[in-house]
Design a protein around this ligand. Structure first.
Ligand SMILES: NC(=O)c1ccc[n+]([C@@H]2O[C@H](COP(=O)([O-])OP(=O)(O)OC[C@H]3O[C@@H](n4cnc5c(N)ncnc54)[C@H](O)[C@@H]3O)[C@@H](O)[C@H]2O)c1
Length: 267
């Protein structure tokens, strides 16, 4: 029987192989960091080779017994996705957890949106997640595993200038439910997370460039009933829950992680 110390130190993803798209930075990097700490062997898939390799090297330095590998692929390119998954198959032979996290946004009003804006957002956020899931599903063992999709509160709530992004994120919820039904007989659970405002590099940049950063920071904080904006760790902890056996009987759900932002009818 395991001692208490062993139980405490046992990671919640010990021995699992996790593939995380968009893992070079932001929320995906934080998920990689937590999954590695919890004992997973992590693969970061991204189209930003410099940042992705740096992130993999830094995480590996922190915990050399669990090296993090970088896989290069632009999710808009089906062949690159297949090549990255083939490389993982050669290297490790299996995947237990897939996190479809990569996402982009093009904030523009209706009449300024181009076909290319629409295609880029849908191709990365939705088609990319579909293709990566399709390419990697045969790598899941017979015992199954977990897929965690990163959607957004934009899936259910309208915000200005966000049409393609919102459509991609709403479709991610539908993709989650349909995958959950189809993959349940193979013991693969599929869930998604809908984050609210999360303080990432992009948010910091947006804040810095605003006319009054401290007023904007205070105003967005006040919108949250829990009294603060979200941090990448808030999303990574939810992803860990959905990836681990703690959520063994949960599939097809969408979990809002927004500090209560979307609760109020009248902000
Ligand atoms: N930050 C937020 O407030 C927030 C809120 C809700 C949902 N989300 C979602 O969380 C996810 C991560 O967001 P983030 O804020 O960490 O973003 P981010 O821009 O910091 O990171 C996104 C990552 O995806 C990668 N990526 C982009 N296009 C790609 C492509 N074509 N192929 C492969 N990789 C690609 C980028 O290189 C980057 O490493 C996204 O799906 C986003 O929509 C973010």
């Amino acid at each position: 029987m395991a001692s208490t110390d062993e139980l405490i130190s046992a990671g919640r993803l010990n021995g699992r192989v996790a593939l995380i798209s968009g893992g070079a930075q932001g929320i995906g990097r934080e998920i990689a960091n937590l999954f590695q700490r919890e004992g997973a062997c992590v693969f970061l898939l991204d189209c930003d080779a410099r940042t992705g390799k740096e992130a993999a090297a830094e995480l590996t330095r922190k915990n050399p017994s669990l090296p993090v590998r970088y896989l290069h692929a632009d999710l808009r390119e089906p062949l690159e996705i297949q090549n990255a998954v083939d490389a993982l198959r050669k290297d490790h032979g299996r995947v237990d957890v897939l996190v479809n996290n990569a996402g982009i946004e093009r904030e523009k009003p209706l009449e300024k949106l181009t076909v290319s804006d629409w295609d880029s957002v849908l191709d990365v956020n939705l088609r990319g997640a579909f293709l990566l899931t399709q390419a990697s599903v045969s790598l899941f063992p017979e015992s199954g595993g977990a897929i965690v999709n990163i959607s957004s509160i934009h899936a259910s709530h309208a915000f200005p200038d966000s049409i393609p992004y919102a459509c991609s994120k709403a479709a991610m919820v539908a993709l989650t439910r349909n995958l959950a039904l189809e993959l349940a007989p193979r013991h693969i659970r599929v869930n998604c997370i809908c984050p609210g405002y999360i303080d990432t590099r992009l948010w910091e940049e947006y804040l810095r460039n605003s006319p009054d950063p401290s007023a904007l920071a205070e105003q967005t904080t006040r919108l949250h009933p829990l009294g603060r904006r979200g941090m990448p760790a808030d999303v990574s902890e939810a992803a860990l829950f959905l990836a681990s056996s703690a959520s063994a009987f949960i599939t097809g759900t969408d979990l809002i992680v927004d500090g209560g932002l979307t609760l109020r009818a009248h902000p």
